[in-house]
Design a protein around this ligand. Structure first.
Ligand SMILES: C[S@@+](CC[C@H](N)C(=O)[O-])C[C@H]1O[C@@H](n2cnc3c(N)ncnc32)[C@H](O)[C@@H]1O
Length: 387
């Protein structure tokens, strides 16, 4: 047999494996493969994990599995899944990706939490972090993803693109900062009448009420479902008789100057910069003479990436505006008529700032107290002095 015939015979006998080897060689030497493998490890899989965990936390699956291992039926019930066989199949497909990602484990027909991250996010005490993950995936990611399209088609985020209840929970990631600000500012012994604007969950009114047992409060929030939840929280915390909670927009609230303290936590950027002086002046009009404004906010100019992306969301929103800069907000507080305006940090290097101002002058909304008259010029001549 000549060499050519031998090669042909081998090729005929091993046609398929031979082709596979060639194909495999072509695939593994594809110059794009290393990039794809690196991205799979550094981008795709973490993104899948974050998406799965955010959905599992938001839907209640994590807390359900934290209590006990659950079968498909009980998870379906928990998340309000449809009852058809196809719904079950789709739920299983989603949960099995969670297993594949290493977040869940399936054993004897029941799902359990597996990863340390899933277990940590399921803890009640870590709820603000779980909500922050949800906020990031549902609102921050679209801001990054959709910005170029929105620039082209003029689209804007609206308040209804947010989920007020998720934001009310995620805002509590800065709880330590806000509570430190309240601790520094709130009078403890005297009776205090507090107005909280944009109360979210109501957790900070609760904190203030715990510090001063003679404090009573009005807590308002623009979003109906947020105000309703805050009212339920107040009842659950045994504060319903000291705290009135209602839906309200600070821009149209009609209140007497009856409050000793007004608080705005983490919401000044819900107002466009050009409206902030007017809003703050209105807030001042609710304060009794000598009353104090306490405003807390993350500010621009820091190095925290999450704050910059939050800022981006508001840059692309049809309402509100960028997060404040410290100097800019100090000026707006003065322009709104506040005295003794100050800003302070809580932890060095953090972009979170505590702003305070005093309503020294009772006056109409928007009025900046008139500056004191300049001193009269000294008489120059004996005639002027005599006149
Ligand atoms: C980021 S959340 C902060 C919630 C809470 N203050 C906290 O720190 O946990 C901002 C809240 O301000 C409320 N808000 C925005 N504009 C408002 C307005 N014009 N009047 C009253 N509340 C407003 C929103 O509905 C939202 O619940």
């Amino acid at each position: 047999m000549d060499l050519l015939s031998l090669a042909k015979a081998v090729k005929d006998r091993a046609q398929e494996p031979f082709t596979d080897v060639l194909a495999a060689a072509r695939i593994v030497t594809d110059p794009r493969l290393p990039l794809l493998l690196v991205l799979d490890r550094t981008l795709f899989t973490p993104l899948y994990r974050a998406s799965f965990l955010a959905a599992a936390a938001g839907s209640g699956v994590l807390s359900c599995l934290a209590a006990r291992p659950c079968d498909l039926e009980s998870i379906a019930e928990r998340i309000g899944c449809g009852t058809g066989p196809e719904d079950r199949q789709r739920l299983r497909a989603w949960l099995d990706i969670g297993v594949r990602l290493g977040e869940l484990r399936r054993k004897e027909g029941c799902y359990r939490l597996r990863s340390r991250t899933a277990k940590a996010l399921a803890r009640v005490a870590n709820d603000p972090v779980a909500a922050a993950l949800e906020e990031l995936m549902r609102f921050h990611v679209p801001a990054l993803r959709d910005a170029p399209r929105m620039l082209a088609d003029g689209g804007r985020f609206t308040l209804s693109d947010q989920d007020g209840l998720v934001i009310a929970r995620s805002s509590l990631v800065v709880r330590g900062f806000v509570e430190a600000a309240i601790d520094r500012t709130l009078p403890r012994a005297a009776p205090v009448r507090l107005l909280e604007v944009g109360c979210g969950s109501g957790a900070y009114v609760r904190h203030a009420a715990g510090l001063n047992p003679r404090l009573t409060a009005l807590a308002v929030d623009l979003q109906g479902e947020v105000a309703e939840r805050a009212a339920k929280n107040m009842a659950q915390w045994g504060l319903a008789d000291r705290v009135e909670t209602r839906r309200g927009d600070v821009r149209t609230l009609d209140l007497q100057p009856q409050f000793d303290v007004v608080t705005l936590h983490n919401n000044i950027y819900y107002f466009p910069p050009e409206e902030r002086v007017e809003v703050l002046a209105r807030v001042r009009s609710f304060l009794a003479p000598g009353g104090t404004l306490l405003l807390t906010s993350s500010c621009r100019g820091g190095r925290t990436l999450g704050i910059e992306v939050l800022n981006l969301w508001f840059e692309y929103a049809s309402f509100g505006g960028p997060l404040p800069r410290e100097e800019e907000l100090l000026g707006q507080l003065r322009d709104a008529g506040f005295d003794d305006v100050r800003a302070a940090g809580v932890v060095p290097g953090q972009p979170f700032r505590v702003f305070t101002g005093v309503n020294a002058h009772a006056g109409p909304v928007g009025a900046r107290p008139a500056p004191p008259a300049p001193p009269a010029p000294l008489p120059q001549t004996a005639e002027e002095a005599a006149s």
